[in-house]
Design a protein around this ligand. Structure first.
Ligand code: DAT
Ligand code: MG
Length: 139
């Protein structure tokens, strides 16, 4: 399996609930290497640009509102098969549909506020890591 990068974001609900440590521990136990990590409060412009692919969808405005509602933590991760393995670790978008033991099943309240982001393809993994981290922030 080729080594890949994927972007996680601990979303504002994760930070509000104080679950950062528990979620990062699960990520590390699953074999992901942390290349970079930061805590930031997204602006509407930055959140809107990050989720530009969803612009025009009925949930877009609420998504931007939520993602700007408090600090979040982008985390750059590396591992063989990182993108697919991370999506398996976090579970389906809606925690109601997520498999038992997945991060969203364990911690998320609903489809909109679902604790964590994960990239959806190796190409987007690289693009999204670059969205939040410069080369010198990835070690
Ligand atoms: P994922 O985060 O699992 O990749 P996605 O890319 O389809 O899911 O959507 C991005 C985020 O937008 C998702 O994590 C939560 C929100 N979202 C998606 N569909 C939604 C819906 N039907 N209602 C409310 N929020 C939604
Ligand atoms: Mg997605």
């Amino acid at each position: 399996m080729p080594t890949e990068r994927t972007l996680a974001i601990l979303k504002p609900d994760c930070v509000r609930k104080g679950l950062q440590g528990e979620v990062i521990a699960r990520i590390q136990k699953a074999g992901f290497k942390v290349l970079g990590m930061k805590q930031i409060r997204l602006s509407k412009e930055t959140a809107g640009a990050f989720y530009a692919v969803h612009k025009g969808r009925p949930f877009y405005d609420g998504l931007v509102e939520f993602m700007t509602s408090g600090p979040c933590m982008p985390i750059a991760l590396e591992k063989a098969n990182a993108v697919a393995d991370f999506r398996t670790l976090i579970g389906a978008t809606d925690p109601k549909d997520a498999a038992p033991g997945t991060i969203r099943k364990l911690y998320a309240d609903n489809k909109g506020e679902n604790i964590v982001h994960g990239s959806d393809s190796p190409e987007n993994g690289r693009i999204e890591v670059g969205f939040f981290f410069s080369d010198s922030e990835l070690t």
